[in-house]
Design a protein around this ligand. Structure first.
Ligand code: GLY
Length: 558
């Protein structure tokens, strides 16, 4: 295994630094869209005080950790896709969690090889080593023009002063109440006498404020060494976890070259492995490029998109994992030739049963995304996660940090369905220091006259949400439509089209079933897409938050 410190240097040497269109005039203002009004306002405060998009991204990340403690946080990780307008430099900051050094391939199996399913979901054994704090330090130092303390100030303020409990908070807390009750420190912060607090109650996070202050004052050492690290390790180990001080000291973010593609003149820049997002998205677009999908009937269009989804998610299972541990045939998977090969088995009139291909795996059930463009044209799309709502539900005492359960994004028993009924592959088996495969897909879409930053939470359904939004971008539709359009999804296994209410009409469903598809309506809508867009040609900005969530999107004039 290559050491984390060297991986970043190597990846940095490989970065592509030019980008068409980078010389265009500046946007007429900034635009911010996040999943929570307080995070959007905090990011705008940073921009107002002289910060750039990268500083604002640090502020948004830290504030989301406080105001959406169920969706992301210092105890988790994420991918930050950056574009620096001055020189066109683009990079993905990989702050994904890492398996601890004592992790083993079979750590969630009993002596008979059966999965102990709750073990990778609840409590400290479910938690990978967090990457978000390291990413906050790295992005501020390498790309920001303010201090870390300035960028973290709004988050610290909200943690100390408290945030109001909302109905959404209540839903998330009900879902994870049992796990939270198992962790006295987490229960003391997130529950009220063991139960879900009332709407309007104030949630104060004093220990989290102190941990953020340590990070602000001491940088990396403020979290990965010293008193906070001591608490994290002692707390996890006392509760049966396997973290060590070395695991924390060894953690480093990795700069990775984004995945790039081109679909009908739209330049696509997206997340690199260990996200499956960019490769999945570009594979689907390359497959669809061979068809007249934009002028097709609704039935034909859904059929072709679903068949492209099926094949890309099959590839995900076969080939994708942490690129520092497995050889990913990246060039081949992204090639037009590979898409043509995939399309050879695609019947325009009939569904291909997934079992007729060779052999998907999904991500978690929570997560968050934000999109930012500043008035200089710098942009950030970031998708962040602790996996389940409130992650593992476990908080090491005295830290204020709720830990992720991202270990469940590994194939906890390769070849068999995981807790979601989704199948993981060998490339994503657990190894010490390895990063679990993700679906998070922060993405830039660009033509000469339009630039969009998009992304969404939604586990394994993230990649197909971004695909459908890309299709809408190509069709010239406004972001308002992309974020609100009803969604459908196929992930190879289980072999069915899942769709939101209203996404597929009765007639369309009948026609798809006649073509051999299994079509399953879902009871709930999914995703929480956040989009910002710069209409370069018209010198106009747009920003939209998904109506499914409670986010806030703002265009701020220069
Ligand atoms: N835990 C969600 C994802 O990374 O896909």
């Amino acid at each position: 295994m290559m050491r984390a410190c060297c991986k970043g240097v190597l990846a940095a040497l490989l970065l592509v630094v030019t980008f068409p269109g980078s010389a265009a005039a500046d946007p007429p203002g900034a635009a911010v869209a996040t999943a929570h009004p307080l995070a959007t306002e905090a990011a705008l405060e940073t921009l107002d005080n002289g910060g750039n998009a990268f500083d604002a991204a640090v502020t948004a990340t830290a504030t989301l950790a406080v105001v959406e403690p169920y969706g992301s946080g210092l105890g988790g990780g994420g991918f930050w896709l950056l574009h620096r307008q001055a020189d066109g430099h683009q990079v993905m900051v990989d702050g994904r969690e890492e398996a601890p050094g004592a992790a083993t391939r079979t750590m969630y199996q009993n002596d008979d090889g059966e999965l102990r399913e709750r073990d990778s979901l609840d409590g400290p054994r479910a938690a990978g080593i967090p990457g978000t704090p390291a990413a906050l330090v790295h992005i501020t130092r390498e790309y920001g023009n303010r201090s870390l303390a300035e960028n973290l100030a709004p988050a610290i303020r909200h943690a100390r002063e408290g945030i109001p409990v909302t109905e959404h908070y209540q839903r998330m807390a009900y879902f994870r109440r049992d796990a939270l009750r198992e962790s006295p420190a987490a229960a003391a912060v997130f529950l009220d006498d063991g139960d879900v607090p009332e709407v309007g109650d104030t949630l104060v996070q004093t220990d989290l404020a102190l941990t953020l202050e340590r990070l602000a004052d001491d940088g990396l050492a403020g979290f990965y060494d010293g008193a906070v690290a001591e608490r994290l390790v002692a707390g996890t180990r006392e509760a049966g976890g396997i973290w060590t001080r070395e695991d924390l000291q060894d953690y480093a973010v990795v700069e990775r070259e984004p995945v790039r593609g081109d679909y009908r003149g739209v330049r696509v820049t997206s997340a690199a492995p260990p996200s499956a997002g960019g490769i999945g998205l570009v594979t689907m677009l390359n497959t669809l490029a061979g068809y007249d999908v934009h002028d097709a009937t609704e039935v034909q269009r859904i059929h072709l998109q679903v068949e492209a989804m099926r094949r890309a998610y099959r590839d995900r299972r076969l080939y994708l994992g942490d690129p520092d541990f497995v050889d990913i045939p990246r060039e081949r998977l992204l090639s037009r030739e590979h898409a043509r090969n995939l399309a050879q088995s695609l019947d325009p009139e009939r569904a291909t049963p997934s079992e007729a291909l060779e052999d998907a795996q999904g991500g978690g059930r929570n997560t968050t995304h934000f999109s930012i463009i500043d008035a200089d044209g710098n942009r950030v799309g970031a998708t962040l996660s602790i996996n389940y709502p409130f992650g593992s539900g476990f908080m090491p005492p005295g830290s204020g940090v709720v830990l992720n359960n991202e270990m469940d994004d590994f194939a906890t028993r390769p070849g068999e369905p995981n807790a979601y009924g989704l199948v993981g592959g060998e490339a994503n088996a657990i190894e010490p220091g390895k990063r679990p495969l993700s679906s998070m897909t922060p993405t830039f879409l660009e033509t000469d006259d339009r630039v969009a930053v998009i992304g969404s939470p939604g586990g394994s359904r993230i990649i197909t949400q971004v695909l459908l939004a890309t299709m809408s971008f190509v069709d010239g539709l406004e972001p308002e439509f992309w974020v609100s359009r009803p969604r459908y999804h196929h992930q190879y296994l289980p072999d069915r089209i899942q769709h939101e209410p209203g996404a597929i009409s009765v007639d369309t469903r009948r026609a798809l079933v006649e073509m051999g598809h299994t079509v399953r309506p879902m009871l709930r809508r999914y995703g929480d897409m956040q989009v910002v867009m710069w209409h370069r040609g018209e010198s106009r900005m747009a920003a939209e938050s998904d109506p499914r969530g409670g986010g806030k999107a703002v265009v701020a004039d220069d």
